[in-house]
Design a protein around this ligand. Structure first.
Ligand code: UDP
Length: 421
């Protein structure tokens, strides 16, 4: 059985979602590892132990979570976790020695894991695939969050050049890696993120509203995610205040105690604009509850300054809800402007308000966008996404065995799969 190691050092796939550091990547790692387990791979996901938790926990058939002690067993800020890298790598080597069996391939997530993955792949002489999820240089360019440390960008640059393959979830991220990081295009593979289409499916709107306690009549806009400035929720609050419909409601879903400062600023902004009583900050919602939320909503808004893929937009579309999103990163490749929602090229509230007014005034348009959204979301079915990742793994392993160039192997695998990698 092929054994795959996923490194997700700074955050666990079982971390509660919607906090500052747990969002799309956690969902991705959990779902991908489970889908690979279904395909017959044996998968371990390694993360840092950050509480009084068992060192090994099952995640599904063939899939385990392995928690390694590196640094104090407590939640730590990301910067402090970065300092535990060498200890984590030593613990990983010791774990493999103890178990007496190694891995056939490493797949690292985020720059902190990529750094450790490079070292482990070298020690074990196995192929290494990396996925960054977000890029430090791009976050810095957006200039709305704290500046990302130089060592992050240096680590990303190194991993982009040294890893056997870099998986990007969008063509946009691929271009950035080539242009800003000097990555070799022949090592980049674009495979979108997947969606659980059974979970994220349209539900009855009246039932959904009753379940969440939303009155049946007023329009409901929703925003979902990790509550941080890069998500552009300030643009949404201003757009909301400009809407013609004065009875509309806005639910902001996500954001735990780590997000207190941003949340207070947004509350103050809503108060100043005279809409505070119609804006509700719900805090994080369980992932399995979100299909009800999207189904209760008239529109899901994703006003991010940057989004490398943007799972929330696709989840909403899968539930038949139109999306109004910034035309940035992966969103420009999942939301189809004028078909499943609208893409707004400017980071300012007026064009958001304009498109939201159009949608709120037009139930038929919303229904059409919703139906189209579901069809588009069906392209992101997990089993087919996982099969593409698996063919990448096989190509990398075959390349290692034959000493062939990665590009040739990918090309061959693509031809065999009869599709585009
Ligand atoms: N999410 C959740 N509950 C919350 C907030 C977010 O389950 O309260 C999930 C959401 O469904 C999505 C993920 O967190 O799957 C956020 O992913 P996205 O790609 O939109 O943003 P990222 O976290 O990658 O910036």
């Amino acid at each position: 059985m092929t054994r795959i190691l996923h490194l997700s050092v700074h955050t666990s796939p079982l971390a509660p979602l919607g906090g500052r550091d747990a969002g799309g990547m956690n969902v991705y790692v959990l779902e991908l590892s489970r889908a690979l387990g279904e395909l017959g791979y044996q998968v371990d996901v390694m993360t840092r132990l950050d509480g009084d938790l068992p060192p090994i926990a099952p995640l599904g058939p063939n899939v385990r979570l392995v928690r390694l002690a590196a640094g104090p067993p407590l939640p730590l800020p990301k910067d402090d976790i970065a300092r535990c890298g060498a200890e984590f790598a030593r613990e990983a080597l010791a774990f493999v020695a103890r178990e007496g069996r190694g891995y056939d391939l490493i797949h690292s997530h985020y720059w902190q894991s990529a750094r450790i993955g490079l070292a482990l792949a070298r020690a074990w002489n196995v192929p290494h695939a990396v996925m960054f999820h977000t890029l430090g240089a791009v976050k810095n360019r957006a200039r709305v969050s704290e500046a990302e440390p130089r060592r992050r960008i240096a680590a990303e640059r190194l991993a982009a050049r040294r890893a056997d393959a870099v998986v990007t979830a969008s063509r946009h991220e691929r271009e950035l890696l080539v242009r800003d990081y000097g990555a070799d295009p022949s090592r980049l593979v674009t495979i979108p993120c997947g969606i659980d289409l059974e979970l994220f499916a349209p539900r009855n709107r009246a039932q959904a509203r009753a379940r969440l306690g939303v009155p049946p009549e007023p329009p409901l806009l929703v925003w979902v995610g990790r509550l941080e400035p890069l998500k552009g929720v300030d643009i949404l609050v201003d757009a909301f205040a400009q809407l013609q419909r004065r009875d509309a409601l806005l639910w902001i879903v996500g954001g735990d105690t780590d997000a207190e400062a941003y949340r207070s600023a947004l509350e103050a902004q809503a108060r100043e604009r005279g809409v505070r009583e119609r804006v509700r900050f719900t805090g994080p919602m369980p992932h399995t509850e979100l299909p009800w939320l999207y189904s209760a909503a008239d529109v899901c808004v994703v006003p991010s300054y940057y989004e490398s893929f943007g799972l929330v937009a696709v989840e909403a579309m899968a539930c038949g809800t139109p999306v109004v999103a910034s035309r940035v990163g992966g969103l420009a490749e999942t939301v189809i402007d004028g078909v499943t929602g609208y893409l707004i090229p400017w980071r300012c509230p007026e064009p958001f308000a304009e498109k939201l007014d159009v949608l709120l005034a037009n139930p038929e348009l919303r229904a059409n966008f919703g139906r189209a959204g579901r069809r588009v979301a069906e392209r992101f079915r997990w089993p087919s996404v996982a099969a593409r990742i698996a063919s990448l793994y096989e190509a990398l392993r075959a390349g290692r065995r034959r000493g062939a160039r990665f590009r040739d192997e990918i090309y061959e695998a693509t031809l065999l799969a009869g599709g585009q990698l």
